[in-house]
Unconditional design. Sequence first.
Length: 182
Amino acid sequence: MSDVLANRSAKDRRKLDYYPTPPEVTHALMQFLNLQPTSVWECACGEGHMAEVIAEYGHNVISTDIRETGYGSGGRDFLLEGKLLAPVIITNPPFQESEAFIRHSTGLGAEVTAMLLKSQYWHAAKRAKLFAEHPPAWVLPLTWRPDFLFGEKGGAPTMEVLWTVWIRGQTDTRYRVLAKPI
């Protein structure tokens, strides 16, 4: 974690909606997807936590972020991008922008889109229309609670998350739990 973010309180990080993704979360998805090497766009890359894991699986990762981060192409707003930069999009979008990220990524026509969301994301009545308009191929809850603060608070992580995956042409949603990679 950069010195700038390490010196901020958890409250400040929440205000920025910045929660770096622990490596095991991305490993679980990559093992499930089992993609052939391709280009992957990590469009909310932050400091590159997910991008680095995705690259370990032999993919060319195009990393962008709205913030000037020093990793990838900082200062690029995904929601303003008019063209697809890679056939696969994998990201942990800012929660407040998650619906816009889903709508935009599916509208760009990616072959595969995977987004990390809170586990109760699809339980909200206001998201029923989004689900109906853009039905995912997979909903993949994790069997553990990732530590998005990387041990900073010293307690047990409390946020449960899931991956939602859209595969172009697949609209029959399936559900499978993902175990924590060893």
